[in-house]
Write a protein that binds this ligand. Sequence first.
Ligand SMILES: *Cc1c(COP(=O)(O)O)cnc(C)c1O
Length: 390
Amino acid sequence: MADVIIPSRILMGPGPSNIHSRVLQAMALPTLGHMDPLYFKLMDQLAANLKTIFRTSAPLTLTLPVTGMGAMEACLVNLLEPGDEALFCVAGFFANRMPEIAKRLGVKVHVLETPWGGNTAPEKLAAALKANKIKLVGLVHGETSTGVVQTNLPEIAKLCHDNGALLLVDTVASLGGVDFETEKWDIDAVYTGSQKCLSAPPGISPLTFGPRAEDALKKRKTPCASWYMDLGLIRKYWDETRAYHHTGPIHLTYALLEAVKLMNEEGHEARLARHAKAAKALQAGFEAMGLKLFVEDPKNRLATVTTVCIPDGCDDKKVRKALIDRHSLEVGGGIGQLAGKTWRVGLMGEGARANHVLILLSALGGILKAEGHKVHAGAGVEAAAAVLLT
Ligand SMILES: *Cc1c(COP(=O)(O)O)cnc(C)c1O
C-alpha cells in the first residue's frame, strides 16, 4: 500500500481548525520529562494564560490529556455522584451526550428538550428547576450540531444558583471565538477543547471550576467514580505538591501554550471581532448566493459554526468530496437529525479569516453551479467581500 502524503487542507469543518506555524513548531521542541521543574513552569504559564481566556481567576484551572468529550465526562464524574439529580438542557447532538454520560454514573437524569435550531428558554428552565431537587444543570454554549449559540447565560446562571444548582457549560466550540465570561456570568464549571477555536492539536482539554464547584468536590460523600479523571488527585500534579498522577502530554502542552499565547497577543476584543466579522461575511455570502441558513434568528447564530441548508436535490457527499478533491477544503456534514440536510462550516481560531470565507464561497458556488443548481455564485463572493471591507 502506498504511503499517504499528507496535504495542506483548508479546515472549515466544525473542528479541527488550521494550526498556526508557531504552534506546529512548538510541537517539534525537545521532550522534557513530566516531572522536570521546567515543565512545571510551562504548566504554570499554561494555567495563567488559560485563566485569561476563560476570563476567570479560579485557582482550579488546568488541562486534562483528553479531547472535549473527555473533559465533558471529567466534569460530570467529578461534580456528580450516585443518587444526585441533574438537569440537562438539550437542543442538539452534543448536549445530548451529557445525560448519556450522567446515566452511567447512577445519576437521576432530567432532560429539558428544545427543538434543534432554538436555544433553551430561561422560563422553561425555571419551571424545571422548581419541580425537582437539581444539583447540577448542564448545557452547551455553542451547539456545533445546529450552529446555535445559547444566549442568556448570566440569567440562566442566576436561576441555577437561586435554586441551589451548579451550572456546567460546554464551550468546546465557542471559547476563544464567541463572547464568554466565566466569572462575570458566574458560571461554576466550564470546559473546552483544544482543536476548535484555540487552534491547537486535539488531545488536551482545559477546564475551570469556580468556588461553588470546588465546594461540591469537597462535599462529595463517595470518591470520584473515575480514578484517572479525579480532579482532587490531578490538581496535586498542578499545584505546589507536584505529585505524579499521569505523564503530562508534553508536546501538546508546548503546542497549547503557544496557541494561548498567540490568542492573548491578539487580545480578547480583537479576536471576537475577527470571528464575528468572518461569520457575518460568510452568512451574508450564503444568503446572497441563494442558500438558506438553518438558524433563522440572527442573534442565535453561532459565529464559529454556520449551518447552511443543503439545496433540494443536491448530493451532500458528492459536493463535500468535490470540495476536498478540487480545493483541499473540508466542511462538515450535518450530524444527528440534520445529517444530509445541512453543511456545517467552521470559522474557528486561525481559520476565522477573510481568505477562508472567500475561497469557500467561490469554490462551493462553482461546484453547485456545475451540478446544475441555481445559485448566484458571484453574488455570494461580492456580498461577503463587502462585509469584509467594513
Ligand atoms: C466537538 C465538540 C465536543 C467534543 O469534542 P471532541 O474533541 O470531539 O471530543 C463536545 N462539545 C461540543 C459543543 C463540540 O463541538
